[in-house]
Design a binder for this molecule. Structure first.
Ligand code: GDP
Ligand code: MN
Length: 380
């Protein structure tokens, strides 16, 4: 779950990472009031769950409350990479002498949290990694050993921060970032830019915070932060139905039992020259209700032109799944072509059950590749 900048900053604040003062606003009038309360110049910042707001015109400096209101008018409703701005963070403007970058993310390959630090902040980190990789300091933390202060020193010295005051503050922030990361079960905590003001104070000017969905049950107050309107309505619907669903861009709806098989199904659709419309995992089960729920989610996506239902019967027997599919079709009346591949336990029985009922839009194929080709053909 991605958090808005202001929510990430709230979590930063809880562990003691310095962030500037600010107020939330959803109307130009509220933006003006917020600026009045804060006093002095402010920054009007679009709150959207994507980066690069500055470049897109979503971050604007205002010298007065009136100007803050004008900026709010232009930023509210702005479309930033498909995200429409509905909330603004009105922040007391900071003076910037230097822009650094600090992040902590989960490196799945290494199975360890990974710190990255560079004094070349402000720009996108991918750019730094591409143009001056030597300026990017990386450091893994072994979760079993935990974080140690020397690791923060290594980051800061590695980044060639020479000012002692800065060193001290950044070292403290690094430790607190690790605390935020572990305490709130984060997948990513990014500060870009981490600024140094002209008087030498270091603070987080921006916050990108992603919390592990699977740990949200431990953090009801963070789960509460989810913006239900901003979430993809289809993904929200899937969550309600307890269906594992990820929306993709293509035309072939993909449904498999088990995450591994569903992933392979996405791959084989691509291999067959098609484009998967989604990733949907039925889980280990395959009862009629599960099938109905999953099909209901997939068919709500208007981009879907054909459905590829890929089942490998293990504990769930193919004959049961076949009955589930028929019951689901009877219940829902789906007009889209559905290609079913059944293999594994009781596969033949399952195929026979489907063949006997044989609604005209149901196609049974013996192999995964045949089924993928058929589904791709029908989605064109
Ligand atoms: P992003 O573009 O979505 O990453 O949004 P940021 O919060 O990082 O802001 C983008 C840029 O706007 C920053 O890199 C700064 O250069 C500038 N900016 C943001 N807040 C302030 C501020 O308080 N004062 C000044 N002078 N510049 C700011
Ligand atoms: Mn930023």
């Amino acid at each position: 779950m991605d958090l808005y900048e202001y929510q990430g900053k709230e979590l930063f604040q809880r562990v003691g990472i310095p962030v500037g003062e600010g107020r939330l606003a959803t109307t130009p009038g509220e933006a003006r009031q917020a600026a009045e309360v804060l006093g002095g110049p402010v920054v009007v910042k679009a709150q959207v769950l994507t980066g690069g707001r500055g470049k897109a015109g979503g971050v604007k400096l205002a010298q007065s409350a009136h100007e803050a209101e004008e900026h709010a008018k232009s930023i509210l409703g702005l479309d930033i990479k498909g995200h429409v701005v509905k909330r603004l963070w009105i922040a007391r403007a900071a003076e910037i002498a230097k822009e650094y970058y600090l992040s902590l993310t989960f490196d799945r390959g290494a199975k360890k949290p990974l710190f990255m630090f560079t004094t070349e902040g402000g720009v996108e980190i991918e750019e730094v990694a591409a143009t001056s990789p030597e300026a990017l300091v990386k450091l893994h933390v072994d979760p079993l050993e935990g974080f140690h202060a020397w690791q923060a020193r290594r980051l800061v010295y590695g980044g060639r921060v020479s000012d002692q005051g800065e060193q001290k503050q950044i070292i403290a922030i690094v430790g607190k970032l690790y605390e935020a990361f572990t305490r709130f079960d984060a997948m990513l905590c990014e500060i870009n830019p981490l600024i140094v003001t002209p008087d030498g104070t270091v603070e987080a000017l921006d916050a990108k915070f992603t919390v592990d969905d699977n740990a949200l049950y431990r953090h009801p107050e963070i789960a509460e932060m989810r913006d239900r309107e901003a979430a993809d309505p289809l993904e929200a619907f899937a969550r309600e139905k307890h269906v594992t669903y990820v929306k993709l861009d293509g035309e072939v709806g993909v449904l498999g039992n088990g995450a591994g098989l569903s992933m392979s199904t996405v791959d084989v659709v691509t291999f067959a020259g098609g484009r998967p419309a989604n990733f949907c995992d039925l889980g280990g089960g395959g009862d009629a209700q599960g099938v109905v729920d999953a099909l209901e989610v997939i068919t709500r996506d208007p981009q879907v032109k054909a459905i590829f239902f890929n089942i490998f019967g293990g504990i769930t027997r193919c004959d049961e799944v076949a009955r589930g599919v028929l019951r689901a079709l009877a219940q829902m009346g789906i007009g889209l072509p559905i290609v079913v591949r059944l293999d594994g336990t009781n596969a033949e029985q399952g195929r026979r059950i489907l063949a006997e009922a044989a609604p005209p839009n149901l196609h049974v194929e013996p192999t995964m590749l045949d089924a993928a080709r058929k589904a791709v053909e029908l989605s064109a």
